[in-house]
Design a protein around this ligand. Structure first.
Ligand code: AMP
Length: 397
C-alpha cells in the first residue's frame, strides 16, 4: 500500500489543515536555523498553486499544554511570509470561534498559520474533542511533519478521523520513498552503516535491516557490545553487558541470512576523557581487545579502510549513527571519513536522520548525498518497520 499524497488529491478551493514541523530553534525570539521552514515550502507552494485555503499548524518546543509566549509561532509566520513572498496571517490561537472566523476569511491560495498546538494538553493526549476542534477549521488534512509522525497526537493523527481527503505532503512523501521503498527494494548491494551510542536503542533496526541488507557495518559505541559478544575485552568503553546475548543473536542471524557483518578491527582509545572540555590525557590505536583503563572513542584507520571499501562497492548506502564521539574534533576521523566516502560515491545514499545528518553537515558534505531524513525518532521507528501513526492515519492507495 502507498500513502496518498497531495499529488493524488484535488484540493482547490478546499480549506486544508496542514501539519508542518516548524519546531525551529529560537534564540531570544529569533530563528537561528530556518531549514525546517525551507523544507516545508514545496508542499505549501503546491497547495497555493492548487488554490487551496492553507491553514498551517505546528508545535514548537515543549510548552506542556499551557500558553507560553516563549513558544509562540509568530516569528515563523514572519519568516514564512518572507520565503513565500506573500502574506501569512498569524492567528493567535489554534481552536475556538475567533480562530474559525479568521480562517473563514481566507481566500483561495491564501495562507494562515495557527498558534502552537501544544499550548493545549489535548494535542499530545490526542484528545478527540481537541482534534475535532482543530478539524472544524478545515475540509481536508495534509500531514507533512515527518519528525512527529511517530507520535499519535491530535494534529498529526487525531484530525484525520474528521477530514477527507487525508494525504501526505511532499516532504513525508520523500521520506517514505527513501526510508521505505528505496531500502525495501534497493538497488544492490545495499550496505547499511549503523553507529551511535547504544545497542539497546538500535537492536530493532539491526534486526529489521538484517532482512534487507547485503552488508551491515557497525561502528560507534554500539560496536563495543558486539566486541564483548566476540569474546574481546573493551576496557572502559561504552558497552551494555546485558545486551551481549542480543548482539550474539544478531551475529548468528547475519550468518544464517548470509549478510556480511563488519565490526571495527581497530579503535582509537583514550585515557582521561573530558567530554565537556573535548580533551583527554592520552590516546593510541589498538587492534582487537581494548586494555583496561582505556576507552574506545572512534574507529581506527584499518577499520576506516575496511568500511570505506565496502561503501565504495555499494549501489545503495543507508547510514544511521556516528562511528565515534564525533562532537570532539580529535574523535571525528572515522565518522568524517565514512561521510566523505558516502559523499564521493555514486550510490543512492540515504542518511537516516539525527546525529548522522548533523555529522555529514559538519563534515561539509550535506549537499552531496541523495537524501537526508528530517526525522530522528521517526526515521528510526520507520526503519524498525513500525507503523507511524501520522502516516497510517492518511488515505492509502
Ligand atoms: P545515537 O543517538 O544513538 O545515534 O548516538 C549518537 C551519540 O553516540 C553521539 O552523541 C556520539 O558521541 C555517541 N557515540 C558514538 N561513538 C561513541 C563511543 N565510542 N563512545 C561513546 N559514545 C559514542
Amino acid at each position: 500500500m502507498a500513502t496518498k499524497s497531495i499529488k493524488d488529491a484535488d484540493l482547490s478551493g478546499k480549506r486544508v489543515f496542514v501539519r508542518c514541523d516548524f519546531n525551529v530553534p529560537l534564540t531570544d525570539g529569533v530563528i537561528s536555523d530556518d531549514s525546517r521552514i525551507v523544507a516545508a515550502l514545496p508542499t505549501i507552494q503546491n497547495l497555493i498553486a492548487q488554490g487551496a485555503k492553507v491553514i498551517l499548524s505546528s508545535h514548537l518546543g515543549r510548552p506542556k499544554g499551557e500558553k507560553n509566549a516563549k513558544y509562540t509561532l509568530a516569528p515563523v509566520a514572519e519568516a514564512l511570509a518572507a520565503q513565500l513572498g506573500q502574506p501569512v496571517t498569524f492567528i493567535e490561537d489554534c481552536i475556538g470561534e475567533e480562530v474559525e472566523a479568521e480562517v473563514a476569511k481566507l481566500g483561495d491560495g491564501e495562507v494562515a498559520l495557527l498558534e502552537n498546538v501544544r499550548f493545549y494538553q489535548g494535542e499530545t493526549d490526542n484528545d478527540p474533542e481537541f482534534a475535532a476542534s482543530l478539524a472544524k477549521l478545515a475540509d481536508a488534512f495534509v500531514n507533512d511533519a515527518f519528525g512527529t509522525a511517530h507520535r499519535a497526537h491530535a494534529s498529526t493523527a487525531g484530525v484525520a478521523k474528521f477530514l477527507s481527503p487525508c494525504v501526505c505532503g511532499l516532504l513525508i512523501e520523500k521520506e517514505l520513498a527513501y526510508l521505505g521503498e528505496k531500502t525495501n527494494s534497493p538497488e544492490r548491494p545495499l550496505t547499511v552503516i549503523l553507529g551511535g551510542a547504544k545497542v539497546s536503542d538500535k537492536i530493532k533496526v539491526i534486526d529489521t535491516l538484517l532482512e534487507k541488507a547485503d552488508t551491515i557495518i557497525i561502528g560507534g559505541g554500539m560496536a563495543y557490545t558486539f566486541k564483548l559478544a566476540l569474546g574481546q575485552t573493551v576496557g572502559d568503553s561504552l558497552s551494555e553487558p546485558d545486551f551481549v546475548s542480543t548482539a550474539k543473536a544478531a551475529l548468528a542471524k547475519a550468518k544464517e541470512k548470509g549478510v556480511k557483518f563488519l565490526l571495527p578491527v581497530d579503535n582509537m582509545v583514550v585515557k582521561g576523557l573530558d567530554f565537556g572540555a573535548g580533551t583527554f590525557a592520552d590516546s593510541k590505536v589498538v587492534e582487537g581487545s581494548i586494555p583496561d583503563g582505556w576507552e574506545g572513542v572512534d574507529i581506527g584507520p584499518k577499520s576506516i579502510e575496511l568500511f570505506n571499501a565496502e561503501v565504495k562497492n555499494a549501489k545503495t548506502v543507508l547510514w544511521n549513527g556516528p562511528m565515534g564521539i564525533f562532537e570532539i574534533e580529535a574523535c571525528n576521523k572515522g565518522t568524517f571519513a565514512v561521510a566523505k566516502t558516502i559523499a564521493d560515491s555514486d550510490a543512492c545514499s540515504i542518511i537516516g536522520g539525527g546525529d548522522s545528518v548533523k555529522a555529514i553537515k559538519m563534515a561539509g558534505y550535506g549537499d552531496q548525498v541523495t537524501f537526508m531524513s528530517t526525522g530522528g525518532g521517526a526515521s528510526l521507528e520507520f526503519l524498525e518497520g513500525k507503523e507511524l501513526p501520522g502516516v497510517s492515519a492518511l488515505d492509502q492507495a
